[in-house]
Write a protein of this length. Sequence first.
Length: 190
Amino acid sequence: MKPEKVLLISGSPRKDGNTALVLERCADRLEELGLETEVIGLAGRPVASCVACYKCLGSGICSLDDDLNEIAGKIRAARGLIVGSPVYFGTARGDLLNLLQRVGMLSYNNDKFLSWKVGGPVAVNRRGGATSVIQELLMFFFINEMIVPGSTYWNILYGKKPGEALQDGEGMTTLLRFAENVGKIILRLK
């Protein structure tokens, strides 16, 4: 029997930035529980904003020509979804929000494939703004009827230079506990 899969999406423009690095650690923890993982980075993969053309209604395919349909297919096939964003001026990265809004349109206006997926958001920041990013991203999970487990705190990590977020002891403890809770819920729902 094939293991359940969790897709992790890094909204960082840096392939080896803090957001990508902490999501790799999440993936490691999920794999320790026997789950399959895939980390997708948006670095070098521009994702356009939804144009509200509604051509996706009924077809489940976005009409815009970028990587969205490929990523949406991977989300559809996964049992879990974790998204990570660096904090830019107190908000999540625009291309990550573009992706989530378009995937939300595909799901909501078709077969509701996001419903009952397990996961949640992760925010990485240098100093501040992470709480608003967590709240911003949680709206996507909640409006799509997804299951978001808690942890010992919010999934917020601090660091500027690549690798610094991995040195945030409390942040990493919180993050790994969150990943473990995502995995345990997926395994119990199986």
